[in-house]
Design a protein. Structure first.
Length: 154
């Protein structure tokens, strides 16, 4: 397969992955945790960066390297998320972002209780018994491997 085909395939896959994540969130009503939202960054970044590369055909090696770094980041984040889900790691401060600690009256307290972030250890959506973080970890590792081969093939 040629490089341009793989990059176009990655854009399409990233778009589908994001569409599915937003479908699960907004149509099916499963609220994502903070780590789930962070795990979307490589897909958004790859769409932007690879689109730039395809349209301008400039900075190819640098852009491939940035996309590779994004998916390595995504793989590490997803593996960490799966570890939290399995009880291997404890939840980090990332899982608690968004909690308002400057509450001054009962109305603010009630509002903050409604906005309490979803726990990163609670899996509220599974496919074939696996969490979306598990799927994302496997896919991010696979995409990282493909991008690594493309980067060094260049």
């Amino acid at each position: 397969m040629n490089k341009k085909f793989i990059l176009n395939l990655l854009i399409a896959f990233s778009f589908l992955a994001l569409s599915f994540a937003y479908f699960v969130e907004f149509v099916l009503g499963h609220e994502p945790c903070n780590l789930c939202k962070i795990e979307r960054i490589p897909y958004i970044g790859s769409i932007i960066l690879i689109s730039f590369l395809i349209f301008t055909n400039k900075l190819e090696k640098s852009i491939l390297f940035l996309v590779l770094l994004l998916f390595i980041f995504g793989a590490v984040t997803s593996i960490y998320h799966v570890g939290i889900e399995q009880g291997i790691f404890s939840e980090s401060l990332l899982c608690e972002l968004g909690i308002n600690t400057n509450i001054q009256n009962t109305d603010e307290l009630l509002k903050s209780l409604k906005k309490t972030p979803i726990s990163c250890k609670d899996v509220n959506f599974k496919i074939f018994g696996l969490s979306l973080a598990t799927f994302n970890a496997v896919l991010s590792i696979l995409i990282s491997y493909i991008l690594l081969k493309l980067f060094f093939k260049k």
